[in-house]
Design a protein around this ligand. Structure first.
Ligand code: ADP
Ligand code: MG
Length: 244
């Protein structure tokens, strides 16, 4: 469904992404993990069509991605909500590029607020919400346009661990629901446990200029028990590859 082909990227004299290639299919949850500064956020923006790579290409169902498209949505680490808009207005922004009338937007947004445990906060402003709730609004804005691919850049890393864990569980549950058409998630993280908890594949990157050190498949059944030996073995293995 998605091919990341020989991507390379520099900023000025700094060669950040060396050469990155991997593929992603329907029904996958892929984590990209690697040291700080190795270009994970940059890579995700390249996949989204927000930045042009120096070399290589991104193919979605065989077509080259060169600008943002409707089928791909983005969730940001710092939520990126507009503070002067209400929560529901922020979510409706996710539909602004589509030709949909205002009543339908409002209806879709209200349904999503219910589904995501945000009911009652429609007309409040983002600064009145906790971090976990803000990120729910950020995710709602991303999925309201019914994308097939969801790109998430460290979506849980600015939340405290208890809030992050609750939101991860909700996200897995929600993505399974037939009403949500997202069929592929690509998530950047620096948290090995989080990658093992959520993904079927972990793309492990090197220091910059980054390349794919290994693609580790995780075949444990969901929901995954973080205290099981199998889980901890996967975590240890990925740490080893990262630090080797
Ligand atoms: P990661 O998400 O893996 O931590 P990034 O993709 O954010 O890495 O950035 C890779 C490197 O590029 C970092 O060293 C960062 O400081 C640098 N960088 C990113 N964006 C810019 C920019 N717009 N201007 C200058 N340097 C940048
Ligand atoms: Mg980053």
């Amino acid at each position: 469904m998605l091919e990341v082909n020989g991507i390379s990227y520099s900023i000025g004299p700094l060669h950040i992404i060396g050469n990155i290639t991997f593929g992603a299919d329907k029904d996958e949850f892929i984590s990209i993990i690697g040291p700080s500064g190795c270009g994970k956020s940059t890579l995700l923006r390249i996949i989204a069509g927000l930045i042009k790579p120096e070399k290589g290409e991104i193919l979605y169902k065989g077509q080259k991605i060169e600008k943002p498209i409707k089928d791909l949505s983005f969730v940001f680490q710092d939520f990126a909500l507009l503070p002067w808009l209400t929560n529901i207005e922020n979510v409706k922004l996710g539909l602004s590029l589509l030709d949909i009338d205002e009543d339908t937007k409002e209806k879709k947004a209200r349904e999503l607020f219910k589904k995501m445990g945000l009911e009652g906060f429609e007309n409040a402003y983002p600064n009145m919400l906790s971090g976990g709730m803000k990120q729910r609004v950020g995710i709602a804005r991303a999925i309201i346009s019914d994308p097939t691919i969801l790109l998430m850049d460290e979506p849980f890393s600015s939340l405290d661990e208890l809030t992050a864990e609750a939101l991860r569980k909700d996200i897995i549950q929600m993505l399974k629901s037939p009403e949500i058409p997202v069929s592929l998630v690509i998530m950047v993280t620096h948290n090995v446990e989080e990658a093992v908890e959520l993904s079927n594949k972990v793309v492990i990157l090197s220091n910059r200029p980054s390349y794919v050190k290994e693609i580790k498949e995780i075949s444990l059944k969901y929901p995954r028990n973080k205290h099981s030996k199998e889980f901890m073995d996967e975590v240890d293995y990925i740490y080893k590859v990262l630090t080797d």
